[in-house]
Structures are given as structure tokens and as C-alpha cells.
Design a protein around this ligand. Structure first.
Ligand code: FMN
Length: 402
């Protein structure tokens, strides 16, 4: 029998933890419908605002590693579809897929509660299960004092959260969506928890610039020869998202919807080990379509089988305490490299790295690498540059020669 993938977030049940992030795959009701038919656990609609939206052409850029896209940049704005159409569509999708939660996503300004409250009321009346507050879009809106300009200012973010949390008409849980582009995300989350947030989504895209095409000298993305700073997403931002989720799970401890760079079910498992009961996926769906849900679910099941976990609750938060402050780390655990002779292809990469980026502790003996135990500090650089996995880091004093 397969382990169970059901999960709960703030009292809302999801058939699996994979939720579509607010992004192009949730731009229309038809797309959300197809996603639910494909098996997605839930969806955050593309962010609603009262301002009309007109998107730029050629608004994406990518970074590749071979054929794989590992970084994605966008200069896209919010939903092109207006709030009233969305309210109608949310009600229809909710009626057709009652077991698939829909999360509203809204953005207003810092000076008036009414914009936020009317969008929240509209989404709530249409039947959303949760409400995400977009405090984190890094382009377009910050110049006008909205988006990430809110998430980077605890005072504004807390004020808006409080408007919604203290409005007696709004009974739907509110979830600020935070930006990772801040000095101290934990502090911001703590302020918003005090202001009445029920949970968090972390993170949105990261402010970025994807450089130049060196043959044409035009910037990326190239919008009539010019560009602007955009939002970075995809696998490249996963470490930034993991850190943000880890920090917020520790304090204030409200439940987090993890988002950022999740490209498969194993990525999802890492966020869940930190404490996230659900994960959101944006870029990977844009690149590979709604069908990736099959692989993601299978990856997660495979991970669970490795450890004989029978439900997600067996491991959500299990490794949260494995991340601590730098001061708490102890150098007592002396880890030293161990060479596996049969895997070494004698390329010399470890020798070069140790010579010019380490402690000059590796040399050749009869053509093969050998460690000088007095010079080696156990930094681990050699194990990372080794292309064949012939160097592992081991706690006990190993036989360090091949
Ligand atoms: C093209 C594009 C448009 C996006 N639009 C929105 C949006 O309207 N509202 C929002 O909260 N986040 C938006 N995002 C951010 C995603 O929801 C998500 O936070 C981010 O892309 C990181 O996740 P990922 O690496 O899985 O894509 C957008 C992302 C992309 C790539």
C-alpha cells in the first residue's frame, strides 16, 4: 500500500502537498481546472489587484546548465484578469473541485485599507480557503510603494496585516507572502505574527538582473534594447528559500507554505523536513506543464519508502533542529577526507583545488592523491571538486592514503 500524501494547513485539507504558486499556471480558471484534473493538491490564483495590468512582451530570461534551466527571470505583473471575473471563476472551480483548496492572492497599497479589504471580501465570498497577501513582488510594484516594498518594511507589512486580521468580516486565514530579499526575515515574520498573520508563504522571486548577450550587447531580458531588474525563480533560489522557511519555522513558528526552486518531490521533502506542511511550485510547472505532478508525487513517495514513513506527519519538521546558529556549531567533530581508490580517476582536480583554494595538503604518490594529515584541516573542498565521488568526509581518523 502507498503511503498517504494528504496534509493539512491551517485546518484546510489537501489531497497532496503540491500547490500551484501564484504565477502564469494559475492565470485563468481553465488553467486551474486542468491543474486539478492533473492531480495538483491546491492552487494560489495569480495575484489580484484593482489596478489594470498590461504585461510587457519578451519578459522572461533564463540561465541554463546544459539543456536544464536552473534560473528563471521574469518582469511579469499581476493578474490580467480583473477581480470580478476571478470571483465568478473561483466560485465555479470551487463547486467543481470541492476537495481542491483555492488560495486567493491579493495586493493593494499601503495608504488605504479598503483596497485590501474589498479584495479579501470578494475572494472570501467567492469561496477561497485561504488568503495570501502579496507583500513580495520585486518588480513593477515596489516603485509604487507596493509588492516587495511592503515586505521589506515591517511597519507597512504589519499595518496591512492588522487591517485584515482585525476586520470582523474577514474570517479566512491570512497568509503574508514574504520576500527573501531582506536582512532578517525572522524579524519580519515575528512582527506580522504579532499583527495577526495566521501563517506565511515564503518566498517570492528574488530581485535580479540576468546580464548581457555578449554578441549583441543587449540586456536580458531584451525589451526594445533595454531591461529592468526582475524576479529570479527556479532551482537557483532553492537555498535562499530553504533558509527563509527554516528561519520562520523556528520563530515565530506559524505554519509556512514553502515556495522557491522546488523542481521535484525530493526538493519538496527538504522543505517538509524543516516543517512546511505544503509546498508551492511555480517555475517548474511553467517549464514542464501540469503533468510534473506525477513525478513530484512519485519522488515524495520514493523518499518516504526509503525511510518507511507512512504519512507526511512522520517527517514534517523532523530535521528542523538540525539547523542552528553558527555559534552553536562545534569544531569537535573532526571530519577528514577519505579516498576510495577504486573510484579515483586520477584527474588531479582535488590536488589543484587544495593547492590553490585550500591548505596544500594533497600531493601525488605513485600518480595517485595522498593527504598530508598535518596540513589538512578537513575543509572538504577536495570532496566537492572530485568528479567521481572518490572522496568522502569521515568523522573517524581515516586511512588517508589511496
Ligand atoms: C512569471 C512569474 C509570475 C509570477 N507572478 C506572481 C504573482 O502574480 N503573485 C505572486 O505572489 N507571485 C508571483 N510569482 C512568484 C511565484 O509565485 C513564486 O513565489 C516564485 O516564482 C518562486 O517559486 P518557483 O521557484 O517555484 O517559481 C511569479 C513567478 C513567476 C516566475
Amino acid at each position: 500500500m502507498h503511503p498517504d500524501l494528504q496534509t493539512t494547513y491551517l485546518g484546510v485539507n489537501f489531497r497532496n502537498p503540491f500547490i500551484l504558486a501564484s504565477a502564469p499556471p494559475t492565470a485563468t480558471a481553465d488553467m486551474v481546472r486542468r491543474a486539478f484534473e492533473a492531480g495538483w493538491g491546491g492552487a494560489v490564483i495569480k495575484t489580484l489587484s484593482h489596478e489594470p495590468v498590461s504585461n510587457l512582451p519578451n519578459r522572461f530570461a533564463t540561465i541554463r546548465n546544459g539543456s536544464r534551466i536552473i534560473g528563471f527571470e521574469n518582469l511579469e505583473l499581476l493578474s490580467e484578469q480583473g477581480p470580478d471575473e476571478w470571483y465568478r471563476d473561483i466560485a465555479i472551480i470551487k463547486a467543481d473541485f470541492p476537495h481542491c483548496p483555492i488560495i486567493g492572492s491579493i495586493m493593494g497599497s499601503t495608504d488605504s485599507p479598503e483596497g485590501w479589504l474589498s479584495l479579501a471580501r470578494g475572494c472570501q465570498d467567492a469561496g477561497v480557503d485561504l488568503l495570501e497577501l502579496n507583500f513580495s513582488c520585486p518588480h513593477g510594484y515596489p516603485d509604487r510603494g507596493s509588492g516587495a516594498a511592503i515586505g521589506q518594511n515591517p511597519e507597512y507589512a504589519a499595518r496591512i496585516t492588522n487591517w485584515l486580521a482585525t476586520c470582523s468580516e474577514i474570517t479566512t486565514p491570512i497568509i503574508p507572502k514574504l520576500t527573501g530579499a531582506v536582512a532578517d526575515i525572522r524579524y519580519i515574520a515575528e512582527e506580522l505574527a504579532q499583527a495577526g498573520a495566521h501563517g506565511f508563504c515564503a518566498i517570492n522571486t528574488i530581485p535580479s538582473f540576468f546580464g548581457f548577450d555578449l554578441t549583441t550587447l543587449r540586456p536580458r531580458p531584451d525589451i526594445g534594447g533595454m531591461t529592468s531588474y526582475g524576479g529570479y525563480s527556479g532551482p537557483g533560489i532553492k537555498p535562499i528559500a530553504l533558509r527563509a522557511v527554516s528561519e520562520i519555522c523556528n520563530s515565530p513558528g506559524l505554519p509556512v507554505m514553502a515556495c522557491g526552486g522546488i523542481a521535484n518531490g525530493f526538493d519538496a521533502a527538504e522543505f517538509m523536513l524543516l516543517g512546511a506542511p505544503v509546498v508551492q511550485v511555480g517555475t517548474e510547472v511553467m517549464l514542464r506543464g501540469f503533468g510534473v505532478i506525477d513525478r513530484m508525487r512519485q519522488d515524495l513517495l520514493t523518499f518516504m519508502e526509503w525511510h518507511s514513513f507512512s504519512s507526511l506527519t512522520d517527517f514534517i519538521g523532523l530535521c528542523r533542529d538540525r539547523v542552528t546558529s553558527f555559534e552553536e556549531l562545534s569544531g569537535r567533530h573532526l571530519l577528514l577526507p577519505r579516498f576510495l581508490k577504486n573510484l579515483c580517476n586520477n584527474c588531479g582536480d582535488c590536488i589543484t583545488a587544495c593547492r590553490d583554494g585550500g591548505y596544500q595538503a594533497i600531493s601525488r604518490n605513485n600518480g595517485l592523491p595522498v593527504i598530508d594529515p598535518d596540513a589538512c584541516t578537513g575543509c572538504s573542498l577536495c570532496s566537492h571538486v572530485c568528479p567521481t565521488g572518490a572522496i568522502g568526509m569521515e568523522q573517524q581518523a581515516p586511512d588517508r592514503s589511496v
